[in-house]
Design a protein around this ligand. Structure first.
Ligand SMILES: [Ca+2]
Ligand SMILES: [Ca+2]
Ligand SMILES: [Ca+2]
Ligand SMILES: [Ca+2]
Length: 376
């Protein structure tokens, strides 16, 4: 089976590898722990749905922030196993990403990830932690692919250049007709409905409408305001031209709302969905939760049914942020470490890559990429 290991950034990866190998080889004993972590990575078998296949030569990364230990990497052996030794008891994150080719024409992206809270108490006298991780396949579909909210480099608190990018990862055309886009309110983590702060809707009829197609592999830019933000003096040359966005958000009760006549509108207070706030669809610069829903449930008075959610993403720059999107939609949140007013953006590691775990699926990128992917 042909496999290719992809990293977030080849250059960064090389640096990490070099640093971690140097430190790891030169002073393994200084870690001075007696914990070993033995992990087996598998994927569901191509031929037998009840069986699994070990993943060989997989680059597995583990890291902890409890101690100043460098990130560690190792490759799985033919049994899909890696072993990390001489570790202190700590909270570890395990991550591995790979593209598998089950056949010449087929490509699947898989991720294996787990957070391990390993204490002497939890392991008893046994200092070896053993686990098997069945790698998850990216779920294809229409996705929220990029979230640009943090503002361009500026000291006037300008963040009105926000946009959201969708990507169709399916092999068939999908239709935006009647879909709704939400800025969520605080929602209980195990709730089956979403509370709403802002709710906007595409024109057309949910599910059956065929007026607003998105072709396979296409990106769709949803602008807060569809103009060239470089026209604003202090940020000229530092931000995005959204005058060619596919869509823009317009609140019909916002006085003096910007409305580019050449860009169709996603609206609120349109007679079907409504928000009390008279402000535009603007979201938290470095933290919020968003959802794209099919629009069959648009009555927000009792919340929006999570079964209508097409994709939902939570993000926060804070490593200690308390999650607010149900686990069923997003197991974690992306964007840790993103800076305000630095022109950074949050994008999926590959177009449409989605395991419903935003900490894995999203990376912080140094400039927004409206209508394309940062790896292109
Ligand atoms: Ca607007
Ligand atoms: Ca418009
Ligand atoms: Ca998702
Ligand atoms: Ca993009």
């Amino acid at each position: 089976m042909k496999k290719k290991i992809i990293t977030l950034s080849a250059a960064l990866f090389t640096v990490f590898m070099t640093v971690s190998c140097m430190l790891f080889e030169s002073r393994p004993e200084t870690l001075d722990g007696n914990l070993s972590i033995r992990l087996c990575f598998t994927v569901p078998s191509d031929t037998d749905s009840t069986a699994v296949t070990p993943v060989e030569d997989l680059d597995v990364k583990i890291y902890t922030t409890d101690y100043s230990i460098p990130e560690m990497h190792a490759l799985t052996d033919s049994a899909g196993v890696v072993l990390f030794e001489h570790l202190p008891y700590a909270y570890y994150n395990v991550e591995a990403y790979s593209i598998l080719h089950p056949s010449e024409f087929e490509e699947i992206e898989v991720v294996g990830a787990k957070a391990l809270n390993l204490t002497a108490d939890s392991l008893g006298t046994d200092s070896v932690y053993t686990d098997t991780l069945c790698m998850e396949q990216s779920k294809r579909g229409l996705k929220i692919n990029e979230i640009y909210t943090s503002g361009p480099p500026n000291n006037i608190f300008y963040f009105y250049d926000q946009f959201f990018e969708l990507y169709n990862g399916l092999s068939e055309t999908v239709y935006l007709d009647g879909m709704i886009f939400l800025r969520l309110g605080t929602t209980p983590l195990f709730s089956d409905t979403l509370s709403v702060t802002y709710i906007y809707q595409f024109p057309g009829t949910p599910l059956t409408g065929r007026q607003y197609p998105v072709e396979p592999g296409a990106f769709v830019v949803l602008a807060g305001n569809a103009f060239d933000h470089n026209q604003i003096g202090p940020i000229a040359g530092k931000t995005v031209d959204l005058s060619d966005a596919e869509w823009e958000f317009v609140n019909r009760i916002e006085s003096g709302a910007y409305d580019n006549p050449n860009v169709p509108n996603i609206t609120t207070n349109n007679g079907r969905v409504s928000q009390e706030s008279k402000v535009d669809f603007m979201v938290g610069v470095t933290g919020d939760a968003l959802a794209l829903c099919d629009g069959t449930d648009y009555d927000q008075t009792d919340g929006i049914d999570i079964n209508t959610v097409i994709d939902a993403v939570e993000y926060s720059s804070s490593p200690t942020h308390i999650k607010e999107l149900p686990y069923a939609l997003d197991a974690s949140y992306g964007g840790v470490g993103q800076n305000k007013y630095a022109g950074q953006s949050l994008e999926r590691i590959r177009p449409g890559f989605d395991t419903n775990n935003s900490r894995i699926d999203f990376v912080v990128i140094n400039a927004p990429t409206p209508g394309y992917h940062h790896d292109e």
